[in-house]
Design a protein around this ligand. Structure first.
Ligand code: AHR
Length: 607
């Protein structure tokens, strides 16, 4: 094969740069796996809708070195944007960073890379795919219990491990369900066939097979069929590709009971690429795609929905927004961003400030329903207690989006999407910074934790992420922890209270937000303790006030939590009203700042 044969142009290659406005390079990990072929096809289909875009596709044949060369070739061709589905994220991180820093936007697909040196990540939530499979298996067994065989295609891949982890997390709550695992090193159908055939004797005990990819499910089905056992054992697969013998087709043929879709994101990649190339506002940092559980009952409807074309008619959209309150600088910046973006995106905003009261938020949701808004957005003060109000919104046919903070519901499908930060990761980053910058020197350092408000998702998740890393660091311990409600006064009060009890033994303060950290600084100074030196302070948010405190040496580090959610939120709302499938999560970009960069970047801070 000649070298050029490995590159595919979507249109006439001779004049590709003259005919079109934008050339997008698509660097694919391989074109052997069905899922990747589907991703390429989806990209090609979507690109047909944009006469001013051309694509060039390369196949890295699963070789990281080849993928790096492919990228160089694409750059030589003069691409305007790179879409990459990396074959090895570790080995390609640096290359992707170089391209991004060379001012070519990069969309990373499917497998996340370390850091934030790319424009956008689009991928599935494999843990959730596993959980959805687990929920369906529980339903198949009808609460009776039974035996489940987990057939793992490629047990070494992170994707497989996450799917199995998610599956186990659901099934473990049902002690009457017994599971066993068979690990294969490959996702080849024939290997799955042989594996299931070799288990003939023990299969009589099995009620359901969970295959963590549809190829494996197909092999399992054919083996059962060859032994006349296909009626007695149900199969749940995952990937849900459409096309002949894809997961959805197998469900429709009755070969497998269900498949959980793992969307390729090809369509979204082109749509976002177009927005990036046109420098539109509202492009987030990460888009986590929604997986669907496909059964015989909804397979045809699902296929129809894939065909649907979506148009934004540009009409004014009415949005009811329930804001949690005005507790912090972050919140003020967040409110400002939402109100500004509403104007930019032609959204008529009914804004309600709940002053930290869940009751007021529920009353606002009900008012929005009465006023027949198109979309309701809530930044929920606490995570739980929303089911009733959200069910009323669902009954009224009004989609609900969670912005900034998350809500947990017992009922399914009450929340259309979540847009905001990754609080768990923020907590991890805070503790990683402590581990890497404040050596414990053989002692155990005491941490004072200033928590946000009780029951709020940033409080719960920042703590969880922080503790997760802390557990691996024997030189640190949380000596004291209290809720400061994300306010300046809350942070000040906790530190004063601790000081008044006598015997200051704190080495580090971890504040769940900047306002509490600044309150703590004031309290410490009043007592003659030097913040930033005698006690190190790490907070979350990245507001300008804290940047100034970092430069003054009073705070040591802030983990960014981006409040500028207005543009991505309004973009998502317009897309949703136009009929586009909503991702499960839309995540914003966030960095960590300390004394080494604060001075350099303070003037670029937007809040
Ligand atoms: O929900 C986001 C958190 O709420 C911010 O970190 C904090 O400052 C705010 O009040």
């Amino acid at each position: 094969m000649s070298c050029l044969a490995a590159y595919t142009w979507s249109r006439n290659s001779a004049d590709y740069k003259n005919e079109v406005e934008y050339v997008i390079g698509v660097s694919q990990a391989n074109v052997r796996e069905a899922w990747r072929i589907a991703l390429n096809q989806e990209i090609e289909e979507e690109v047909k809708k944009y006469p001013n875009i051309n694509i060039i596709t390369t196949d890295a044949t699963s070789e990281p070195e080849k993928q790096k060369q492919d990228i160089d070739k694409l750059l030589e061709f003069g691409i305007d944007l790179l879409i990459i589905s990396p074959c090895d994220t570790g080995k390609l991180t640096e290359k992707i960073k170089d391209v991004f820093q060379g001012n070519i936007p990069v969309i990373v697909m499917d497998r996340g890379i370390e850091g934030f040196d790319y424009s956008l990540f689009i991928g599935p939530d494999n843990d959730m795919i596993g959980r959805q499979a687990g929920e369906w298996v529980v339903q198949l067994l009808d609460g009776q219990g039974g035996r489940v065989l987990k057939l793992c295609g490629n047990s070494g891949s992170i994707q497989s491990q996450e799917r199995i982890k998610g599956f186990d997390s659901v099934v473990m709550d049902y002690p009457q369900i017994e599971t066993s695992t068979f690990n294969m090193d490959t996702e080849l159908k024939d290997k799955a066939y042989d594996a299931v055939l070799s288990m003939k004797g023990s299969l009589k005990e099995i009620h359901v097979i969970f295959a963590n990819c549809d190829y494996v499910a197909q092999g399992a089905y054919e083996a059962l069929e060859s032994m006349g056992m296909e009626k007695g054992i149900q199969i749940v697969g995952s990937d849900g590709l459409n096309g002949k013998d894809g997961g959805v087709d197998m469900v429709m043929q009755g070969k497998i009971a269900a498949t959980i879709t793992c969307p390729t994101g090809g369509r979204e990649a082109i749509q976002y690429a177009y927005s990036i190339l046109r420098q539109e506002s509202g492009v987030p940092k990460q888009v986590i795609l929604r997986s669907r559980t496909i059964t015989k009952g909804n397979a045809a409807q699902y296929l129809e929905s894939l065909e649907k074309e979506c148009f934004d008619k540009g009409e004014t959209i009415t949005v009811g927004y329930s804001q949690v309150g005005q507790e912090s600088q972050w919140r003020l910046a967040n409110t400002h961003s939402i109100q500004e973006a509403a104007r930019e995106f032609n959204v008529d905003l009914l804004f309600d400030d709940a002053d930290q009261s869940q009751d007021k938020q529920i009353a606002a949701i009900r008012r929005f329903i009465e006023e027949k808004v198109d979309v309701i957005v809530v930044s929920p003060v606490v995570e739980t207690g929303w089911d009733e109000a959200l069910m009323e919104a669902k009954a009224a046919g009004i989609p609900v989006v969670m912005s900034d903070r998350k809500a947990e519901t017992d009922e399914k499908d009450l929340i259309t999407t979540y847009i905001g930060a990754d609080f768990l990761e923020e907590g991890r980053r805070a503790m990683r910074w402590i581990r890497d910058n404040i050596p414990s020197g053989g002692k155990v350092l005491n941490i004072l934790e200033l928590k946000g408000n009780q029951g709020a998702s940033p409080t719960l998740e920042r703590r969880k992420g922080f503790v997760e890393v802390l557990q691996e660091c024997p030189g640190y311990q949380i000596a004291y922890s209290e809720y400061g409600d994300f306010t300046y006064d809350g942070g000040k009060r906790i530190v004063e209270g601790y000081l008044e009890r006598g015997g200051w033994d704190v080495d580090i303060i971890f504040a769940h937000n900047d306002d509490m950290a600044l309150g703590a600084v004031e309290a410490l100074e009043d007592y003659g303790i030097v913040p930033g030196e005698d006690v190190k302070i790490i907070s979350v948010d990245g507001t300008s006030d804290v940047f100034r405190a970092i430069i003054a040496g009073k705070i040591n580090c802030t983990v960014e939590c981006n409040p500028l959610l207005g543009p991505p939120l309004m973009k998502a709302i317009r897309d949703m009203v136009a009929g586009k499938e909503m991702p499960v999560r839309i995540i914003t970009e966030e960095k960590v700042y300390d004394q080494s960069q604060a001075e350099e970047v303070i003037n670029q801070r937007a809040y």
